[in-house]
Design a protein. Sequence first.
Length: 406
Amino acid sequence: MSKTLKFPAPVYVTSPILPPLDMLGEKLKSIWQSKWLTNHGDMHGEFEKTLEAVLKVKNVSAFNNGTIALLTALKALDLPQGSEVITTPFTFPATPHCITWNGLKPVFCDIEPDTMTIDADKIERLINKNTSAILGVHVYGFPCDVEKIQTIANKFNLRVIYDSAHAFTTEINGKGIGSFGDISMFSFHATKLFHTVEGGCLTYYNPEYKEKIYYLRNFGIKNEEEVVDIGINGKMNELQAAIGLLNLKLFEEEKRKRQIIKSIYAENLKAMNGIRLVQMPENVTDSMQYFVIKIDKEIFGLSRDEVYSKLKEYNVFARKYFYPLCSEYQPYQRLPSSGKDNLPVANKIKNEVLCLPFYGDLGKENVGKICEIIRCLRKNRIVSFARTSKSNSSNSFVISGKSARK
């Protein structure tokens, strides 16, 4: 390991944007004066209305976190108990957990090799009389094949929910990603480009969902004397909404900075054998949530796991999103749809993808340094392999980390 390349302090996969303390102080003064801390206050209402414009959607319901929001989305659609929801194994565990907590059964569908989203061409074969919905995930901000999924849903009378946790401000041909399907969930966790520390929201085109979601988010309470549904506590408080309103003024600049970071990564890594950059389709607005690479062990000379571990030696903490697959977790590994034969693409990609540090304050020099570390890892592997090969046979030579006979 080159000591000159080691970072003096840990470099993590992401870092949150934070509003200036004086701006936050002004928001807090307003909250302190009103003494309205939660239960749909002024900040909450302003935040929801502002989000409608930012996300280009008709209806927004804010939540205390994305998981509770997704849990509520499934509940709001009144899916039959015990019915099946087709989803992807290549996602955060909250996705299948929300299905299961609703008394529904997740059915895992394989993913596309390029976008790594649910493979719409493989959905229909999983549909049976017990299927009630499709839950797609816009992984890393790559949109699912929304048109094909909707066509399938219409054919079989299924509901469509999207986990848009990675897709804040993603658009397809200028249309907000939250306007597709029946309901979409966005996460505003601190790891996201835009955040409210914790938080999330649901977006939907049907205004009739507004009242249903309102009751489910607030214990089912209609007024002081009426409880009309079996709800939970999913309300976003005023402090979260205040930070959200401030960060809505900052996230565009953060995206601009990340675009620069992305271009430096791309310029340094695009010609590196064994590393493939994941490209966003031209008609899609990139959410700039993650910078993802795929590592081919045979060509690069090191596996994704080896690169991940060696980067830590340099104080660089990348992430293996998503490894293992949700289908491999204990609660789901015995499902018929969890078998590796059913999920060949997902089981391949889970061992290849790596999310590199990606945030505006990372800075150009540090991005270049991370790329140099990766370059050195590959170079050292080739040199090491060459020495080993020479000691084994004087008639061999090295090509991209492999030995071959003359």
